[in-house]
Design a protein around this ligand. Structure first.
Ligand SMILES: [Zn+2]
Length: 203
C-alpha cells in the first residue's frame, strides 16, 4: 500500500503526489498529477464533454483516465454508459495510462467488459465498499482496488499490497487517517486468523 492519494476531488489538503480529479470542462492547473474523464453521473453530457477529455488526456500532467464507469442508479441508460466507458478504455490503452473506475450495481457487466477488452493498463476500482467475494473476482481479473473513508474491513485484508490503494475522494478526512484505518483492519483480520490457527493447534 502506498501513501499516495489515488483519487481525490480536493484541490487543497491532498498529498503533494495525489491524483486530483479534473473535470473535462475545467482548466488543467499548471502543476500536479491529475485524472480526467466523464463520470457516469455526467454521461448525458458525453457529446459535449468527451472531446474535451480527448483534448486534455495526452498532457503529461494527466496520469490516469477517469473516473469513468458504470452506475446503474444514476446517469444515462447503461448501454450508453457502456459505450462511453469503452471510449475511456480505448483512450487509456492508446495513451498507456491507467483507468480509474467508478462502478455501482454493474459488477457483472464490468467484469465482462474487462474480460473482453483484455487491457494492458491497470483498471483501479475506486471507493470500493464491497465484500471480499466481489473483491476476489476483481483481483482475479487483474484489477486494482482503492479504498476510501468507508470500506469493508474483511475486504481490506485480502487485497495484495501491490494492488491496494487509498483515496480521499470527496471525504474531508485526512489521507493518513484513512490509511491508518485500512492498515488497522488488515492487522486485525490477520491477528484473528492467526489466533484461529493457534486455537486449531490445541485440538
Ligand atoms: Zn470520485
Amino acid at each position: 500500500m502506498t501513501l499516495t492519494d489515488a483519487h481525490t476531488h480536493r484541490r487543497d489538503g491532498a498529498t503533494p503526489d495525489a491524483v486530483v480529479q479534473i473535470e473535462p470542462d475545467e482548466a488543467l492547473p499548471a502543476a500536479g498529477r491529475f485524472s480526467t474523464g466523464v463520470h457516469p453521473w455526467r454521461s448525458a453530457r458525453a457529446a459535449e464533454l468527451w472531446p474535451k477529455v480527448e483534448a486534455m488526456a495526452a498532457d503529461s500532467r494527466i496520469v490516469a483516465i477517469g473516473e469513468c464507469g458504470l452506475d446503474r442508479r444514476r446517469g444515462a441508460p447503461l448501454p450508453e454508459q457502456t459505450e462511453l466507458f469503452l471510449r475511456h478504455v480505448r483512450l487509456a490503452e492508446r495513451l498507456g495510462k491507467p483507468l480509474i473506475v467508478h462502478c455501482v450495481g454493474a459488477w457483472a457487466e464490468l467484469l465482462a467488459l474487462h474480460r473482453h477488452a483484455r487491457p494492458r493498463m491497470p483498471w483501479m476500482v475506486h471507493g470500493f465498499r464491497g465484500k471480499p467475494q466481489l473483491a476476489r473476482q476483481l483481483l482475479d481479473a487483474g484489477m486494482h482496488i482503492s479504498l476510501g473513508e468507508r470500506f469493508n474491513p474483511a475486504t481490506a485484508a485480502i487485497i495484495p499490497a501491490g494492488r491496494l490503494h487509498i483515496e480521499t475522494d470527496t471525504s474531508e478526512r485526512p489521507l493518513a487517517e484513512i490509511a491508518a484505518a485500512v492498515a488497522a483492519a488488515r492487522a486485525a483480520v490477520r491477528a484473528e486468523r492467526e489466533s484461529g490457527a493457534r486455537g486449531g493447534n490445541k485440538e
